[in-house]
Write a protein that binds this ligand. Structure first.
Ligand SMILES: C[S@@+](CC[C@H](N)C(=O)[O-])C[C@H]1O[C@@H](n2cnc3c(N)ncnc32)[C@H](O)[C@@H]1O
Length: 261
């Protein structure tokens, strides 16, 4: 599939941000800057993170790129990647507890997102990448991006109030395949067998009593993601379980790969 040339919805940036103005969500080895430490270290496990789906020769929309490790790895594997993310101009879908000062929280998030956007541009420069980026809400992915072959949602759906709306928004670009990666639910009582209804259920995380957490709406199971994908018109072809490094801890994750039905 061919890329779209020209301005379109793509962000432009003339300067390269200073390292001090960046926030790295991902640990990355950036040639002239050396190794930068991030919250998540996906190095060496990116293929499992993407459900072992081949990306070479594909046009990919990577939703929620953060500092871009997944984007630049897919590009290295031969994909043409359009990254997508919030910017300081588009608010995070925070849980709007009435008891909290949501405006203050959004202002903090906006400053954080601006630093994360900076990290993406710095890494793009360091890798000599040709990836492009579009900024906006996941609910309003612009049709002017054009059709894509593949769309990835790495650890994004847990942060949005309407995960089905997010998938439907991406489905408008007619990807043949959608890949969703999420944190696996850690079972507190591993000796108890899981009931089928528990396997299907997404957990609504916000707690009205404590006003926590602010950034996370859902804890999914693979079945609950497959269910959302089916509603959006995608049939799950495989589920891959893997473990990833978060701040020095190993966390269980899963990836659902689904094709247009
Ligand atoms: C937890 S990070 C995951 C980063 C990367 N996809 C990965 O898998 O390593 C979530 C990303 O989703 C983006 N995001 C969260 N809510 C969003 C929304 N409503 N619209 C667009 N992007 C969103 C965040 O800005 C952030 O870049």
């Amino acid at each position: 599939m061919r890329a779209i040339d020209g301005e379109g919805p793509y962000a432009r940036r003339a300067d390269v941000p200073a390292l001090a103005d960046c926030y790295f969500y991902h640990t990355m080895d950036l040639a002239q800057h050396g190794l930068v430490a991030g919250e998540w270290d996906l190095r060496g496990r990116i293929h499992a993170y993407l459900g072992h789906e081949p990306v070479a020769g594909k046009r990919v929309l990577e939703v929620g790129t953060a500092s871009g490790f997944v984007c630049f790895e897919m590009e290295r594997d031969g994909a043409e990647v359009v990254a997508y993310d919030l910017s300081s101009a588009t608010p995070w879908d925070v849980v709007p507890y009435a008891a909290l000062n949501v405006c203050e929280i959004l202002a903090d998030r906006a400053a954080h997102i601006a630093r994360m956007n900076n990290a993406w541009w710095l890494a793009r420069d360091a890798f000599g990448s040709a990836a492009r980026v579009v900024y906006g809400s996941v609910y309003d992915i612009p049709a002017t991006i054009g059709e894509v072959d593949l769309c990835t949602f790495g650890a994004v759906l847990l942060h949005v109030r309407d995960p089905l709306g997010a998938l439907q928004s991406a489905a408008k670009l007619r990807p043949r395949t959608i890949i969703v990666t999420e944190l696996a639910r850690r079972r507190r009582f591993p000796l108890l067998p899981e009931r089928p209804s528990q396997r299907r259920s997404a957990l609504f995380v916000p707690n009205g009593a404590t006003s926590e957490p602010v950034e996370t709406w859902w804890s999914f199971t693979p079945d609950s993601i497959a269910n959302l994908l089916a509603i959006a018109g995608y049939r799950t072809t495989r589920v891959v379980r893997h473990a990833q490094q978060y701040r020095g801890r190993t966390l269980p994750m899963f990836t659902v790969v689904a094709d247009r039905a």
